[in-house]
Design a protein around this ligand. Structure first.
Ligand SMILES: Nc1ncnc2c1ncn2[C@@H]1O[C@H](COP(=O)(O)OP(=O)(O)OP(=O)(O)O)[C@@H](O)[C@H]1O
Ligand SMILES: [Mg+2]
Length: 233
């Protein structure tokens, strides 16, 4: 595996003093964040505190009103829409609460999809997809459609799809939110194992302490402001 342009000791993704309002609602009120390659950071906090907004800003999906976000030394605000979407496609992976698999496609086609969209041939994309499905222990489901698999299996397929492009950052927003605790733990075990094996950074939004326990570090978001867990007394 080759190293990225980021020095090993440096942050891969950094946000400073982010502010974002939706009309009269303040979603972020001076939130900051940073993550190193290979690090798993849990973003915790009450409902409505700004966790998803922070994740969407970090991923270049939402543009903050002010503040700066730097990815691998590049300021996001200087990128245009197509540069930002190219970054999302090639460097970032996403897993959401409900896997958001394409119902008409089989599981292996779903996992192969990001590679197909990047121009990889079907054969090669499905071969890579199957490797990831084996790691997430869902290769037996390759020919099934999302409606024919369980919630936990579907989330593992979604994790395989998020990792198939070998992203540098995996964004996961409540990836186990719809699962029972046993399935949730299995998804987290496999997700963190897979991310660590490729040195991907993981931004993990969760309400649950037992999910956050899989992280290296916890950040709490409250009223749009972020803090490292240790600083909260
Ligand atoms: N697109 C939007 N339009 C209007 N208000 C929004 C939008 N997105 C978020 N908000 C508001 O911003 C605040 C922060 O929302 P956010 O989704 O970031 O919270 P959260 O911490 O992820 O909550 P949850 O744990 O319930 O997912 C909330 O008050 C929410 O209602
Ligand atoms: Mg949310």
């Amino acid at each position: 595996m080759t190293a990225t342009a980021t020095p090993p000791a440096g942050s891969l993704l950094t946000a400073h003093d982010l502010r974002k309002a939706y009309g009269p609602t303040t979603a972020l009120d001076g939130a900051s964040f940073s993550i190193h390659p290979g690090e798993v950071v849990a973003v915790m906090g009450p409902s409505g505190s700004g966790k998803s907004t922070l994740l969407h800003c970090l991923a270049g999906i939402v543009t903050p009103d002010s503040g700066s976000i730097t990815y691998s030394g590049r300021e996001m605000a200087t990128m245009n829409d197509s540069q930002r979407s190219a970054l999302r496609r090639s460097e970032f992976g996403f897993v959401f609460q409900f896997g958001q698999l394409v119902p008409e496609l089989t599981c292996v086609e779903n996992v192969a999809l990001p590679l197909r969209l990047n121009g990889t041939s079907r054969k090669e994309a499905e071969r890579a997809a199957l490797t990831w499905m084996e790691r997430l222990e869902v290769d037996g489901l390759k020919g099934k459609r999302p409606g024919e698999v369980s919630g936990g299996q579907g989330q593992r397929v979604a994790v395989a799809r998020a990792l198939v492009t070998n992203p540098r950052v995996l964004f996961a927003d409540e990836p186990t939110g719809a699962l029972d605790s046993l399935n949730g733990e299995r998804v987290m075990e496999l997700l963190t194992e897979a991310a660590r094996s490729t040195n991907a950074a993981v931004v993990l939004v969760t309400h649950e302490a037992r999910v956050a326990a899989y992280s290296d570090r916890e950040v709490v978001v409250r009223d749009g402001k972020s803090r490292d867990m240790e600083r909260i007394v």
